[in-house]
Design a protein around this ligand. Structure first.
Ligand code: HEC
Length: 163
């Protein structure tokens, strides 16, 4: 009886974990494996990158008011996120639902170079923001944006959704 209870508890924990790790209402369930967790992690990082770049870009384009302190924080955060991105690409982690192309793992040193381009551009922007504020740094946002496409073009499957 005790054993049955433990089994039932185990089973419900597994389904609970699966539900928590799921890819939202529409997406497939992310497998609870190192590869699945890496996919989950990098998706979170990329979404945060997108969020930060949107704040930075909106400010640079004058769509929201320029704010030196916020610009410094967002650019510093982006540089940190850029450093975290490669961790999420462990070998053969193109799990179901992922847009990562197998080419990543066949050209890892080139993929890493593209990640470094992003890190360098994001770090240069963050440093300029610290030193010269929004006005001195806003011209460098475009260079960061270019590194997104520089990696997405060869290494990310074109989704039905835009970008
Ligand atoms: C070194 C390569 C690389 C760089 C640089 C890069 N990305 Fe990505 N990004 C990827 C890959 C690969 C995926 C697909 C990951 C997957 O689905 O497993 C992705 C996915 C995304 C996603 C989709 C996340 C989701 O909801 O599934 C967004 C948004 C994104 N990237 C934004 C950006 C932005 C913005 C930049 C630049 C500031 C950027 N990325 C820079 C490789 C990169």
């Amino acid at each position: 009886m005790k054993k049955l209870f433990a089994t039932l508890l185990g089973a419900s924990l597994v389904s609970l974990l699966a539900a928590c790790g799921g890819g939202g209402p529409a997406g497939p369930t992310i497998p609870d494996t190192p590869e699945g967790r890496a996919f989950d992690f990098r998706t979170g990082v990329m979404k945060s990158v997108q969020w930060k770049l949107t704040q930075i870009g909106n400010m640079a384009e004058g769509e929201i008011p320029a704010d030196d302190a916020a610009f410094r924080k967002h650019t510093a955060d982006l540089a940190v996120l850029a450093g975290m991105a490669p961790e999420g690409f462990i070998p053969n982690s193109a799990v179901e639902g992922s847009a990562a192309l197998p080419a990543i793992w066949m050209n890892m040193s080139d993929f890493q170079a593209k990640a470094r381009d992003f890190q360098n551009a994001a770090q240069a922007l963050a440093t300029a923001a610290q030193q010269s504020g929004f006005e001195g740094a806003k011209g460098m946002v475009g260079a960061v944006r270019q590194t997104c496409g520089g990696c997405h073009r060869p290494y990310r499957r074109r989704a039905a959704a835009a970008e």
